[in-house]
Design a protein around this ligand. Structure first.
Ligand SMILES: [Zn+2]
Ligand SMILES: [Zn+2]
Length: 351
């Protein structure tokens, strides 16, 4: 693996928010979306019920398999590669990523990347599409049920998407998104269990498409809500995002969010690479096979100086660092391990 180290934040840097609109904003609910999401969640609950009572074990496993692959396409592809340019990938790899991302059903890649770049640039201000300062519900799903704040619309126009627009696969997916969504996200995962092992078509739709999509969406949304509101801030106390073991577990490694917002271009999206971070393990393996390259990661000295300057004291090595102990980067034999991550939890619960 050829890991490339950066000296400064050159991608998705947070900048000071300056309002562009003058009129006072009155939040307005988009009832079509609000009722739509309510119905989809109720139907997904029924899908989960069918998943545990009516479908075959093959379809049950299939739903998890599709959900897992689509989650990785969001974390590895849409998030770390396209939004943050944490590494590059070959044409074939990008093709697979875009296919699986369409399967995930989280809007087209272009829109996802634009929203997420905006989220980092204006994090937790009114120009952040899912501003966590407005609480859990808004940052989780509420933002999709309200008319967008004028600042979200105004600032969204200035997000640089030139690199994404050079990617022919992303632009193809953007152009034909609705058709591709119906074919790849709805029809394909529903029809395979029906054709291959005779699953009931309705049950397959409810489990392999509906329940699977809504559950994985909620996993992604937890990064925007939970990981911005609950947890510790070992790297930077000036921002909302936190370290959340729970979110890291359910999202394949996107819960180490205080680190991620401090070093957004780091392909691990975490300092403790492999702890509840299967996405980082997959990227490392893909790099060994040559499917991805130019991986970026933060230098240990940069991380250390951030911890000492801005951290909240919950970093597992924080006190030792203050006493002048040696810094052990991830991967070395003295590096912090999952036990350190547990001791970090202990510091919080006992502190
Ligand atoms: Zn965030
Ligand atoms: Zn990010």
């Amino acid at each position: 693996m050829a890991a490339k180290e950066l000296n400064d934040m050159d991608v998705c840097e947070k900048i000071a928010f300056k309002p562009e609109t003058e009129k006072p904003f009155k939040a307005r609910i988009v009832w079509f979306n609000a009722i739509g999401f309510l119905i989809l969640h109720l139907a997904a609950l029924y899908g989960v019920f069918l998943g545990f009572t009516a479908i075959t074990w093959k379809t049950f496993i299939w739903g998890f398999f599709v959900g897992y692959l689509s989650t990785e396409s969001v974390t590895i592809g849409a998030h770390r590669m396209y939004t943050h340019k944490a590494f590059k990938a070959t044409f074939a790899t990008r093709l697979v990523i875009n296919f699986l991302f369409t399967l995930a059903g989280q809007n087209c890649m272009w829109v996802w990347v634009r929203d997420h770049r905006q989220h980092h640039r204006y994090s937790d201000t009114v120009a952040d599409p899912h501003d966590a300062s407005q609480g859990f519900f808004f940052s989780h799903i509420g933002w999709l049920m309200y008319k967008k704040h004028p600042e979200v619309l105004a600032k969204g126009k200035h997000i640089d998407m030139s690199d994404i627009e050079k990617d022919e696969i992303v632009m193809f997916q953007k152009k034909y998104y609705k058709t591709l969504y119906v074919l790849i996200s709805i029809a394909l995962p529903t029809v395979i269990p029906y054709l291959c092992w005779g699953e009931d078509l309705f049950n397959s739709f409810m489990w392999s498409y509906l329940a699977r999509t809504i559950i994985t969406l909620n996993g992604t949304w937890c990064v925007n809500s939970w990981a911005h509101l609950y947890g510790v801030k070992p790297y930077n106390t000036d921002i909302y995002p936190r370290e959340s073991e729970f979110v890291a577990f359910i999202s394949s490694g996107e819960g180490w969010h205080n680190f991620h917002h401090t070093f957004p271009w780091d392909f691990r999206a975490a300092e403790f690479g492999k702890h509840y971070n299967f996405s980082a393990t997959v990227i490392t393996q893909l790099a060994k096979w040559g499917f991805v390259y130019d991986l970026k990661e933060a230098k240990p000295e940069m991380i250390k100086s951030r911890i000492l300057k801005n951290g909240d004291g919950t970093h597992p090595k924080h006190t030792q660092l203050q006493k002048g102990a040696e810094w052990a980067p991830w991967g070395s034999k003295d590096a912090p391990t999952s036990e350190h991550a547990s001791s970090r939890r202990n510091i919080v619960s006992h502190g």
